[in-house]
Design a protein around this ligand. Sequence first.
Ligand SMILES: Cc1cc2nc3c(=O)[nH]c(=O)nc-3n(C[C@H](O)[C@H](O)[C@H](O)COP(=O)(O)OP(=O)(O)OC[C@H]3O[C@@H](n4cnc5c(N)ncnc54)[C@H](O)[C@@H]3O)c2cc1C
Length: 317
Amino acid sequence: MSAQPSCLIVGAGMAGLTAASALSAGGWQVTVVDKGRGVGGRMATRRISDGRFDHGAQFFTVRDPGFREQVELWVHRGWVLPWFEDGGHTRYRAEGGMSQLAKHLAAPLNVRSGVKLSEVSPLGNGWRATSDTGEAFDADALVLTAPPEQSLALLGDCALGLADGVVEQLGTVDFDPCFALMVLLNGSSRVPEPGYFRPQLGPIEWLADNTRKGVSRGPRSAVTVHATGDFSRMNFDAPLDEVASRLLVAADPWLGGSVESWQIHRWKYAKPVAGTWPGCLFSRAPSPVAFAGDGLAGGRVEGAFLSGLAAARSLKY
Ligand SMILES: Cc1cc2nc3c(=O)[nH]c(=O)nc-3n(C[C@H](O)[C@H](O)[C@H](O)COP(=O)(O)OP(=O)(O)OC[C@H]3O[C@@H](n4cnc5c(N)ncnc54)[C@H](O)[C@@H]3O)c2cc1C
């Protein structure tokens, strides 16, 4: 490695941004690339007209003392704030929407959005990653934070050179998909205070009124509807407008009947439902590479944060 080691991080979600911050603080030269238009990954916020919707992660909880320290700093800076309490845990939301927190974290980093990598392969003692437009990124080390199936696809045959057990452990991770329907209403929703509801029946797992939540500032309710994992799996390949119609009917009691417009997003890898949760996985061969992301850490924003940190540590920053 050169005097200032370099690292390429694939993914600007919570895991990638956390690893990038830690490695940068440790003197590494870090580049983060993400195929999305912006940063945040599944901490995603979308606009429809004057409505703003968190359509991926809705909130996060804190259990780990190190994460608590980090969250207290974010609260102090006004980036996150408590939304509601449930089961003894505070649910935190990000000011302006979940993607806004990612934007704050990305601001001091070298992040390239809209770059989809199609291949990574060893180059000398390090790596060369190539985007789908042919742009090359060289680095001493690699951190892969996409869902394991996608990270393995990027590595292709190089995965055969990874340390014993890494591919097998990555292969145990399975995700539930999730349909996220975003509905802009003409008036107010019937989602109760403080702006969320979990129906215990039918295809809907979660409803949130982003206006009550404080994310959408418009006069009209902007409601996010998440389908259950079972419904999303069973209807994964169904036409999106068909899925949306079924969710709109199921959500009607909380929408108040005055739908102005809607959009639907299909998360293929929404939440990990099976895996061994090692935190992260590291292999020195064929060149230094760490695998991170919530899929290795039991899911959730907190898991992604801890996994990103573990990945940075595995590179011995
Ligand atoms: C519908 C839904 C609801 C959720 N609700 C909650 C919740 O309430 N509370 C909670 O704590 N968590 C929740 N989660 C989970 C939470 O969003 C995730 O745990 C966390 O955001 C994962 O972060 P990550 O960095 O591991 O992965 P991601 O955020 O998925 O980041 C991975 C990034 O890699 C990028 N990428 C992948 N392949 C490539 C490539 N080839 N080239 C370039 N970039 C690439 C992707 O674009 C993505 O941005 C929810 C998730 C979903 C989808």
